[in-house]
Design a protein around this ligand. Structure first.
Ligand SMILES: Cc1ncc(COP(=O)(O)O)c(C=O)c1O
Length: 392
């Protein structure tokens, strides 16, 4: 299962259980035979998490204590150590707050820092839950559509500035970006910081994908762009994507600014949340012991991406974007000349591949599809063959 020299991900696959979103997505096809579907939508990896994570959970079960969580100081120290080692930035432990996942944390931040009808800016196409949480908190969704240049996304702050109405209060930047996998350069992040400073906006930087970067690339965590540049930011990170433990539902909300931190903590307290014991324990052990797993994983995923892109980009009508990070391919189907809906149905019922449709990611996403490549190379190859046979 685990090779002496590292992880053999071809043989380190988790079973997909009935009580999972990945399985629900297959059931939602309403097909009589669901066995042949490739579930490449939901962003859970197909792999088991690091072996130490599994053995820790087994040990917890053996001990038989399933009560409330304690030990946050140890968890916080591990977060600061992780960020220092991996991202060259060491927050103070007391800056690290936790939440039941980053989407929940964004909701709490919206309530802490903004009022109903305030404008919240996102850079589309982007992770669909941003718009859901903004809308369901009755804030105004402001989408700044990114520009696609030479097959890569760029922020369009000039256009955004021209559209500003005066009610904008907060910006959410996904860094690295999902979908499209862009790693924002230091200069691009400085531009965002100055934009926020100029317009008196609070900035949330969602860095949930910060560890999932191609081995040859480097993500720059926002606080490293320069200490005195801009203080009104909230950095969100998590172990859940990095180590495939999203069911642990936890995330880190790191706020160096005292006044922002105080406001966030009050709003978080008002939710009644206390840490999920299992998520916290698994996250901590993953940070402590998951280094080998992660570095092997990144090599494996990069190989999958190359295979996928290479095969898909041979087709005249499809363009798979060059991705710097994440394990999510983003493919443009507009040249097929068919609608997103038809392409979606074709992918689902003819190719038997479940993907995420681009329009759910907002402006600029229409007729793109997102495919999760954190799965076996065999399955990635199978998916390209199926796509080829129906879209060539
Ligand atoms: C950018 C981004 N933020 C947040 C999440 C989800 O975070 P959580 O499960 O902690 O709510 C995802 C999941 O894919 C994501 O891509």
């Amino acid at each position: 299962m685990v090779k002496q020299m590292g992880y053999d991900f071809d043989n380190y696959l988790a079973e997909i259980p009935e009580n999972s979103l990945k399985h629900d997505a297959v059931i939602a096809t309403n097909s009589s035979d669901v066995s042949g579907f490739l579930s490449m939508g939901v962003a859970d990896m197909s792999f088991k998490p690091p072996i130490e994570v599994l053995s820790t959970l087994e040990n917890e079960i053996k001990r038989g204590f399933l009560g409330y969580y304690g030990g946050i100081e140890s968890y916080r120290r591990e977060v600061t150590k992780w960020l220092k080692t991996k991202h060259d930035w060491e927050p103070k432990p007391e800056w690290v707050n936790t939440a039941h996942g980053l989407v929940a944390a964004i909701g709490t931040a919206l309530r802490a820092f903004t009022n109903q009808s305030d404008g919240i800016i996102i850079f589309s196409p982007v992770y669909h839950q941003f718009r859901n949480i903004i809308k369901s908190n009755n804030r105004e969704l402001i989408e700044s559509e990114m520009i696609k240049k030479n097959g890569r996304y760029y922020l369009d702050l000039d256009n955004l500035e021209n559209k500003m109405k005066g009610n904008e209060k907060l910006v959410i930047l996904c860094s690295p970006h999902n979908p499209g996998g862009r790693i924002w350069t230091k200069n691009e992040q400085i531009e965002v910081a100055y934009f926020c400073k100029k317009h008196n906006l609070i900035l949330i930087i969602d860095e949930i994908h910060n560890d999932l970067v191609n081995p040859e690339n480097k993500h720059i965590t926002f606080p490293r762009i320069g200490d005195d540049c801009f203080q009104n930011f909230i950095l969100m990170t998590s172990t859940t994507k990095t180590f495939n433990i999203a069911g642990g539902l936890m995330g880190n909300v790191i706020i160096p600014n005292n006044s922002l931190r105080d406001k966030f903590q009050k709003a978080n307290f008002a939710t009644g949340e206390t840490p999920n014991r299992f998520g916290m324990i698994l996250g901590e052990v993953a940070m402590r012991s998951g280094h080998q797993w992660l570095s092997d994983l990144l090599i494996y995923i990069e190989k999958n991406k190359k295979i996928f892109d290479n095969e898909i980009n041979k087709l005249n009508n499809l363009v798979s974007m060059k991705i710097d990070s994440t394990y999510l391919a983003w493919v443009d189907f507009t040249k097929t000349g068919d609608t997103e809906n038809n392409n979606f149905q074709k992918l689902k019922y003819e190719s038997k591949i479940i993907s995420n449709r681009g329009s759910t990611f907002g402006l600029g996403g229409d007729n793109h599809f997102r495919f999760n490549l954190a799965t076996s190379t065999e399955l990635v190859k199978k998916s390209t063959e199926r796509i080829k046979s129906f879209f060539d």
